[in-house]
Each structure stands twice: as structure tokens, then as C-alpha cells.
Write a protein that binds this ligand. Structure first.
Ligand code: ANZ
Ligand code: ZN
Length: 818
């Protein structure tokens, strides 16, 4: 008997697969396509962790399964290679970001290869490589040409520790997402992408994505944050009736306005306070507030602070004079940066009015109650009061009535606001994609022509942890204007690295295109991605940005699909002893360790088997050992039955054991096919194969040998996607010469699933005393008759009186006797 030796088998097959290029993408036009994608890794210095292994193992099973099921499959891999850690390594250890990153990429590729993953390495993409980022720049130019990229001075989130600008989404609870220092605000000229132009489409198309988890769609909807309401225009008599618009979701409360609040950054504020007694105090307040993060200003438990400007605005319907305030809680970049204060019907306004002794004017009362003094804001629906001709109306109806009145008077209109902001796109960093723009004294902002791409990252830079290293490269900064040939300066901001991963799935479809990011024809052959697996931490940003970029390319006629990912599957986390595996907790099990001890197949099998794919997976050594034992059992299943392959017969299915094994086999094929093909239930698929293996072990020596060979061979095929090496070795050892991974998937036969005989336990007074094999079609009476014929039962019942016989179909017979 040969022993199972993964350390020999695995590298051997990995090499052969590579030589025989069996994972090269099949482009046969006559097969249906399947695009299997897993999120590509960031090439950190730590290499792969178990979360990666879980992600890739799942994706690999799907890709192999689809291939065996007759699909042409695209299953690529790459590295999301730009990012801050490379730059930090340069600062701390003097190693260049290029070298550091390329080394890590190499190491990760080796680790992926050791797992036996079926990638088409020929399509490998590293986003930091010039032949990739050249097209990220191409994409930027497209954004620029279509007006989707623009520059604007903006109060940006500034991390003093990282010395860089952060996007809103990189600020978590007021802290930098990377280094956790307190984030400040700073005014800088920045590049933005106009994702807000796509807000409504990004929202609407979520309704057409049945294969995305509801939870993820809800997170995206929430992020986009659509609010229906109205813009209402007040006027400022002291500034020659200059208009000031507020955004409100409650136009029905317009008669209850007792003050107006402008954001401290609102452009009208300086003119309103000029020469007023409070001017200096307010200026100081503004300075302080603009330095604070959004959360520090608007958090639920943050104190609302306001100042009276001394100016008044005129109410659009009543003409009343309303005092104008500035306050920390009003944000400049939502709605219009100005709000109408309605303390009677908004909790926040109520607190503000109480604090500053502003009048509270109720304009809606409960349907079945008279108006009375409010203890807190009345936020429910009700009947309109103190609202001129709108009195008596249901407040919901008053919303549209008031908006139409304002519309007629040209003092307001219905609008929609989104929480989503334009994508703050530039970073003052080195290790990212250079923005292909130059600044010329005579021509201004000039895009680099597409033929001159890539704008390469220079290597003559200083990494001292201060400022942006790109600004230290003389050769990079000083250039000539592509338009007039005069002296010009290059943009030294690089792109947010989220852009790199927002189109890589398109590059895979046409990896070697030298003219374009990809050709529309090639993209059309593969898009959309049919299954995308990756962590839930990317549910909002990466997926939203990818959806946005795909829509932009759709509008440009580059792709035919509006959504990049037909199905998104967030996998569960890998835990150890109940908490997330992490270096700081010291509970990390490295994939390399497991592979050298048990082999990649054991690691893959354990990970696929130990939990449902969406659930958390608790790593246990005993579980890993169990998987290893199972693979040994699979191995021996063949070793001890070698004779049935040396002289192979067809199944003749004459004896009952053969029929039963055949039934179990077909039932297993059905279950595995449905579990993998449906909701990726690899764990239940594997336990079904375990039962089949048990049935093979229990199969009588003297029974039909042809059936035994059939069952063993099919069991190996069913396991092939999960454990590719051991199954390949076994496959070849029974005499096949081409790869198991190129074989068609086993099919099941409905008629073989019908069970003709079943075994029932026979109990007397609840204790099992015997068993009986009956026809699956037998009725209760027939079963009872057969049981009463059993010798053992007859003798045990001798001298007793029979009370009752209970038949539980398919399970047992219980005889009650005294
Ligand atoms: C008057 C009013 C009366 C309001 C009332 C609410 C209740 P959502 O639903 O999140 O869109 N608002 C508008 N722009 C703002 C800004 N830039 N900063 C802070 N608050 C702002 O919230 C919309 C409501 O938030 C708007 O409706 C406005 O207050 C406030 F009984 O207007 B409301
Ligand atoms: Zn010029």
C-alpha cells in the first residue's frame, strides 16, 4: 500500500499543471462563460493569512466546478499593490517601495501557488506596474475629458501623523483609519471625481441585483443617503435681498421657522457679520469649527454651539424677519449648507432653541388633540396650524402644497439631497498612481496626452517622512508643457489607491492590450463577473467605486454591462479561540505552517468543511487533523481496492448492496452539485462525500466489483475541486493520463435515486430489539406483517399480550406489549 505523502504529491502536480498550462483561460466561443473572481490581496510584508486562504479556496472550488461543468472560465489573480505601508517601509528601513512591494508580491504568488489555486497566471495584474497604471492614468484622462474629474479648494480631512489628506470614509470615529490619530481639517486644492452625478443610478441599480446580500445593498443605500425635500429661498434685506437657500425634508414646517442657521464655512457669513458687534468672536468660532471633523461637529452627544450674526432674513411666505445664526452642527457640504430652524418639530432645533432662548412655534398638532405647550419636539404627523391658508390640512399633504406655492413664487422647489460626496481623489503621497496632469504658467492645467503615458513614478526621491516624497524629485517635478513646450510643473499628488481596484477586473479580460485598458470586445466576452468573493469590509467603498467606474465606462461605450458584479459573496471571518486572528492577539496560524505539516489539500478541506461559507470559521488544530485523517481515508479507500481497477468491470447492479451503493452515489452527486452550484455550501457538499466514502468502506467484499470501482472513481471526481492534488494523484494512479481537472462533472440519474428497500429498527416497548428490511413501497400493514414474522420478535413476545404496533414510516416500528 502506498502512503499518502502531500509533501511529494503537491509540488509535483503544481509543476505539471503549470507546464501543461491547464489553467490557461479557455476562450471557446461555443461554451457558456463564467467569470470567477476573488478580491486580490494587498501585498503586505506579512504574506497571506487564513482569511485569504479561505477566500481563495472558495473561489477555486467554484472556478473548478464550473469548468468541469462545461463552462469556459476566467479565474485571474493579481495584487492591489499601491499603498502606504510600502512608503512607510521606505521611511523606516530605507528600502524602496518598488523593491519592497515586488518582493512581497513574489512571495504572495508563491504562497498562492502552494495552495494549488487554478489561476491563469498569464493574466496576473500588479497595480503598481507601469503597464497597468498607464491605463489607470488613461482612465483618469477620460474622467478629466468628460468633466468628471475636477479641482476644487476644499476643507479636507488631514491626518497630521500621516501628513496626508484622507477621504471621509478613511476617517473612522474622527480618527485616521490607518494610524488612529485625531483627524483635523485643512483647506487645500484637491482633485475630485464626480461620483455624485451617478448617485441616483448607483441607488436604482441596487434594486436590480438579486444576487447581492440585502445587508450589503442596505449599506450602500445608506452610504448614498438619498433625502427627498425642498430648497427654500429666504432673502437678506441688508445684502440687497441676496437669496439664501436652505435644504429641508420638512417644507410643511415652514411657518414654524424661528431662526436660520448657516454653516460656519457658508460664503455669506463674512458679509453678514462684517462690522457687527460679534464679528471677532464669530470669526474665531469659525476658525475653530472648521478645524474639527464632521463627527466632532455633528455627533449625537456633541454640544450644539451657535452665534447670532445680528442679521435677519425675510421669510418667503410671511415676510417675517428671522434671525440668522451660525452653528457647528450645520455642514457646508450637505444640502445647501444652510438650514431653517424649526424647534417645535425637530429635536435638535428644540434643544438649540432652549439653550439660546429662541421662540418655539408649533405648526402641527396631533390629529385628536388640541395644541398644548410642548415638552419636546413634536415629530409625528398631524394637522396644520398657524400656517395661513394651509391650516387644517394633513401635514403630509401640506408638504407638496407648500412646495407648489413656493414654486409659483419662484421661492423654492422640490429637490433631492444625497449624503454621498464627490470622491476626494488626490493624495499627497508617493506610492500611488501619478495624476497625468502638468501645470503650465501660460496654459494652466494641461492633461498629459494619452500617447505619452505612463507618467512614471521617479526613483530619485527622498523618503524622510516629511511632506510628499514626489515633490523631492527634480526630474519628475520639472517638465515641459505638452501644449506649448514651455516650462511646466507636474502634478505631484497621486491617486487614491481605491481607483486601482475599481477597474482591475476589466484589465483581466484583456491583460496584454497595449493601446487600451481593455478592448470592448474582450470585456464583453467576460463581463459581468459571475461570482465575486471577498471581505465584507469592502462592502461600501471598493464595491461602490467599482460600480461607479463601470457605469462611467458603460457611458463611454467601453463595456456593455452597467454593473460589474452579478453576484457578490462576502465570506465569513476566520477566528481562533473565538476572536479574529490577528498579530496583536498573537493567535495567528500561518498558512505556510499548515501546508508544511499537512499539505495544502488538508488546509483547503478544513477551511471549506469547518463552517458554512458566510459564517465565521473557528480554527482548531483538531479540526485540521480531522481533515487530514479524512484525506488519508480517501487515499486508503483506493489503495485497499486497487484490484477492482486492475481488472475493471462495468457495474452490473444485480445484488442489493450494489444497488444501494449506486443509490448513495447518485444521491451524493446530486447533493454536491446542488450545494456547490447553488449557494456555495461547500461544507455540506463535503459531508455528503464523507458519507459516500463510508458507504464504500462498508461495501461487502463479495459484492459487485464494477460498482465499487464506479463509486470510488466518482468520489474522487466530486472531491477534485476542493482538494485538487490528492485527487489528481489518485486519478492518475487508476490509469488516466489527462488531468482530473479537465474531466466532465459526474451526472446523476434521477431513477437511481429511488430507494427500493429500506431498513427499519424494530422496538419492543421503546427498546430496539431487531431490524427489518422492507420494500420502500410497503404500506403499514405489510410492514407490520413482516415484523411479526421475525423469529427473534416472536420469541420475545411469547407470553405477552400485544397492545399496539406503531409504524413510523422510513424509521422504525414500535411494538407495545405487556
Ligand atoms: C427643517 C426641518 C424641520 C428639518 C423638521 C427636519 C425636521 P436628512 O433626512 O438627513 O436629509 N439639514 C439640512 N441641511 C443640513 C446641513 N447642511 N447640516 C445639518 N443639517 C442639515 O436631513 C435633512 C434635514 O437636516 C433638513 O430638514 C434640515 O433640517 C437638516 F421638523 O429642515 B430640516
Ligand atoms: Zn503651456
Amino acid at each position: 500500500m502506498r502512503k499518502y505523502t502531500p509533501a511529494e504529491i503537491e509540488p509535483k502536480w503544481q509543476q505539471k499543471w503549470e507546464q501543461q498550462t491547464i489553467y490557461q483561460t479557455d476562450e471557446s466561443p461555443d461554451k457558456p462563460k463564467f467569470y470567477a473572481l476573488e478580491m486580490f490581496p494587498y501585498p503586505s510584508g506579512e504574506g497571506l493569512h487564513m482569511g485569504h486562504v479561505r477566500n481563495y479556496s472558495m473561489g477555486d472550488v467554484i472556478a473548478r466546478f464550473k469548468k468541469m461543468n462545461g463552462f469556459r472560465v476566467l479565474h485571474p489573480m493579481g495584487a492591489d499593490a499601491f499603498g502606504l505601508p510600502a512608503e512607510n517601509a521606505a521611511i523606516q528601513r530605507g528600502v524602496s517601495p518598488q523593491t519592497w512591494t515586488l518582493n512581497n508580491m513574489k512571495r504572495i504568488r508563491e504562497e498562492q501557488a502552494q495552495l494549488g489555486l487554478s489561476y491563469d497566471w498569464d493574466r496576473y495584474v500588479g497595480t503598481c506596474e507601469p503597464d497597468y497604471y498607464q491605463f489607470t492614468q488613461w482612465l483618469f484622462l477620460h474622467f478629466y475629458e468628460t468633466g468628471l474629474a475636477y479641482r476644487k479648494k476644499a476643507a479636507v480631512n488631514w491626518c497630521p501623523e500621516c501628513a496626508t489628506v484622507l477621504a471621509n470614509e478613511q476617517v473612522e470615529d474622527g480618527l485616521c483609519w490607518r494610524c488612529e490619530s485625531e483627524v483635523e481639517k485643512k483647506e487645500l486644492e484637491q482633485w475630485f471625481l464626480r461620483i455624485t452625478d451617478y448617485a441616483q443610478r448607483l441607488l436604482d441599480d441596487l434594486d436590480r441585483m438579486p444576487e447581492w446580500p440585502e445587508k450589503v445593498k442596505a449599506m450602500q443605500r445608506n452610504w448614498i443617503g438619498r433625502s427627498e425635500g425642498a430648497q427654500i429661498t429666504f432673502t437678506l434685506p441688508e445684502l440687497e435681498n441676496e437669496p439664501v437657500s436652505v435644504f429641508t425634508t420638512r417644507p410643511d414646517t415652514l411657518y414654524g421657522v424661528t431662526y436660520i442657521v448657516l454653516a460656519p464655512e457658508h460664503p455669506l457669513v463674512p458679509r453678514l457679520i462684517q462690522g457687527k458687534p460679534g464679528e471677532e468672536k464669530i470669526k474665531e468660532f469659525i476658525k475653530q469649527v472648521t478645524n474639527e471633523s464632521e463627527l466632532a461637529r455633528t455627533g449625537a452627544d456633541v454640544e450644539k454651539i451657535g452665534y447670532e450674526t445680528g442679521a435677519f432674513a425675510e421669510h418667503p411666505l410671511t415676510g417675517e424677519k428671522i434671525p440668522v445664526w451660525v452653528a457647528n452642527y450645520v455642514l457646508m457640504d450637505y444640502g445647501t449648507g444652510a438650514v431653517m430652524g424649526v424647534p417645535a418639530h425637530d429635536e435638535r432645533d428644540f434643544q438649540f432653541a432652549q439653550k439660546y432662548h429662541l421662540p418655539i412655534k408649533q405648526v402641527i398638532r396631533p390629529k385628536d388633540q388640541e395644541e398644548e405647550t410642548l415638552e419636546s419636539a413634536y415629530v409625528e404627523d398631524g394637522v396644520m396650524i398657524h400656517s395661513g391658508s394651509f391650516d387644517g390640512l394633513d401635514n403630509r399633504k401640506a408638504i407638496s402644497a407648500i412646495v407648489s406655492r413656493l414654486d409659483e413664487l419662484k421661492k423654492g422647489k422640490k429637490t433631492v439631497s444625497y449624503r454621498l460626496r464627490d470622491w476626494l481623489f488626490s493624495r499627497q503621497r508617493y506610492w500611488g498612481c501619478p495624476i497625468p496632469i502638468v501645470y503650465c504658467d501660460s496654459c494652466g492645467v494641461v492633461p498629459v496626452p494619452k500617447e505619452e503615458l505612463p507618467v512614471r513614478l521617479p526613483e530619485d526621491v527622498v523618503f524622510d517622512g516629511k511632506s510628499n516624497p514626489l515633490t523631492t524629485s527634480e526630474t519628475f517635478v520639472h517638465t515641459l508643457c505638452p501644449s506649448c513646450g514651455g516650462k511646466a510643473r507636474r502634478e505631484t499628488d497621486t491617486m487614491d489607491t481605491f481607483i486601482d481596484s475599481s477597474w482591475y477586473f476589466l484589465r483581466y479580460t484583456d491583460r496584454h492590450n497595449k493601446e487600451l485598458p481593455f478592448s470592448p470586445d474582450q470585456a464583453d466576452k467576460w463581463m459581468a463577473v459571475d461570482s465575486y468573493i471577498g471581505g465584507i469590509e469592502h462592502a461600501v467603498l471598493h464595491l461602490l467605486y467599482s460600480r461607479f467606474v463601470t457605469k462611467v465606462l458603460y457611458d463611454a461605450g467601453m463595456v456593455k454591462v452597467e454593473e460589474p458584479f452579478r453576484l457578490y459573496f462576502p465570506l465569513g471571518m476566520v477566528l481562533k479561540d473565538g476572536s479574529k486572528m490577528s498579530k496583536s492577539k498573537g493567535n495567528v496560524v500561518s498558512p505556510g505552517e499548515i501546508i508544511s505539516k499537512y499539505g495544502a489539500d488538508t488546509a483547503r478541506l478544513f477551511i471549506l468543511f469547518a463552517a458554512p461559507p458566510e459564517g465565521e470559521l473557528d480554527w482548531t488544530e483538531s479540526g485540521v487533523e480531522g481533515s487530514y485523517r479524512f484525506l488519508n481515508r480517501v487515499w486508503r479507500m483506493l489503495e485497499k481496492n486497487r484490484d477492482v481497477f486492475s481488472n475493471r468491470l462495468d457495474p452490473d447492479l444485480q445484488d442489493a448492496s450494489a444497488k444501494e451503493l449506486n443509490r448513495i452515489l447518485h444521491q451524493t452527486i446530486k447533493k454536491v452539485t446542488e450545494d456547490i452550484g447553488g449557494r456555495f455550501h461547500f461544507n455540506t457538499a463535503i459531508s455528503a462525500v464523507m458519507e459516500l466514502v463510508n458507504a464504500v468502506y462498508a461495501y461487502p467484499k463479495e459484492a459487485d466489483k464494477g460498482m465499487l470501482a464506479e463509486a470510488i472513481e466518482k468520489a474522487i471526481l466530486l472531491l477534485a475541486p476542493a482538494v485538487p492534488h490528492i485527487t489528481e494523484e489518485m486519478w492518475h494512479s487508476i490509469g488516466y493520463t489527462d488531468s482530473i481537472h479537465l474531466q466532465p462533472w459526474p451526472q446523476y440519474d434521477e431513477s437511481a435515486l429511488i430507494q427500493d428497500e429500506i431498513e427499519l429498527a424494530v422496538q419492543i416497548n421503546g427498546k430496539v430489539r431487531d431490524k427489518v428490511v422492507v420494500s420502500a413501497q410497503a404500506d403499514r400493514q405489510a410492514v407490520e406483517d413482516q415484523v411479526m414474522q421475525l423469529e427473534r420478535i416472536q420469541s420475545m413476545l411469547a407470553g405477552k399480550s400485544l397492545r399496539k404496533v406503531i409504524v413510523v414510516p422510513g424509521k422504525l416500528v414500535n411494538i407495545v406489549a405487556k
